[in-house]
Design a protein around this ligand. Sequence first.
Ligand SMILES: [Zn+2]
Length: 470
Amino acid sequence: MPLIHTATLITVASLLPFYLFLRPIGEIAVPDEQSLAPYYVVQEGDTLWDISLRFGVLAEDLQSLNEISDPNLLNQGTQLLIPGLNGVSGRVATVNVPVGESLQSFSRQFHLPTEQLAQINQLVSPGQLFAGRSLVVPVESVDNQLLERTRLAAGQSHLELAVKLRTNPWRLIQSNSLPGSWGALPGEMLVLPEGKRFFVDPIVQTIKTINLEPLNPIQGKTTSILVSAPPDLVLRGSLAGYEFNFFPYQDGYVALQGIHAMTLPGLFLLRMEIESPSGEKHAISQPVLVRSGNYPFDPPLLVDAATMDPNVTIPEDELWASLALPVSPEKKWQGLFESPVPVYLKDCWTSLFGSRRSYNGSPYNFYHGGLDFCGTSGTPLYASADGEVVFTDFLIVRGGVTVLDHGWGVFTAYAHQSEILVQVGDQVEVGQIIGLGGDTGRSTGPHLHWEVWVGGVPVDPVDWLNNIFP
Ligand SMILES: [Zn+2]
């Protein structure tokens, strides 16, 4: 049978262009027992709750079907029957969908027809295969997907690929369950029989991974977009309307982006555009789930009515937001951010970021854009990281404020100060005293209102005290 050039066979395919692999969640090898009903083997650290979330079933249903008397006592190795899974039998597991996978690439990877994968997971449209989603797969197929994969270039035949890979073309066809040498489409991800890695698309062959951390961004939190790729590419990307700012990092690039605390949770399109040194462009997009931050509701607050006047608040909010828009290319912070207050106050928080707020009897359509620390008038305030002073003033709502630029679109801000001890243009070091605490502006008592902005969006400052970004 002659080998046919696949360039003549382009039909529809989701040409998602880079090498990725999946990790089965908590899978360890245990002896299999054949059973008709689909079942899951409990792994170390599993709870009934997270098993139910991953399989999209009610924890109560799992509990009653499996006659579990105490859901807190779940033994590792226990076989749990999973209700409501049609089209699959035997042992099942779940995998998280990474950025860049399609139903076709999963089908190839797990040796399952797309229809069956869609049926098991009740997928009625490709858009439901968003990054970070939990996908149910038979365990047998999880073992198959640990093989490495590659893509067929436009115009490249299996024979050419096989020669390059020094493998047998028929093994390539066999290990991908192709109906014949015509069965794969250009750009499609293929499993390599000998576990070799090979990239064939001229632009995207160099992109190893695109990762979001966390994979499901959370409203009000910082998301890192990490791309493993050579340094000569131009990357652009956006999510939920935010344009990423990429900087060289480790073996590729990173962008840091805040998701607004009031963004409604749901699916948003992640778009990436990759431009080669010669100007060739390749674009991909995939839905990503933005999750709720589960922010609490603060008790109703009573404040000076003058600080609620829209003629005052709107211009001040606009000025405030504009301060955090510039993206300076030098990253000035190192490691964790430090507490902006003396050590004895560092854990004394009177209001958390993101909490929903009502002022003077208003509906709860305000939220708290910073972290409030206890303090008195005169409490010394410290720069949380190295940076440049880009704004100081006494504002009606925020009182005495200082804004520091730490580079890469990351800013910190310090509000309600009684005294400001730095000037615009000053370079400050982490731990340097920059002002004194107070209760100026819209404040119900002396405290520090501390903000962190990332990519033009206020984010939960606590994350920057506990996690090193990127
Ligand atoms: Zn505050």
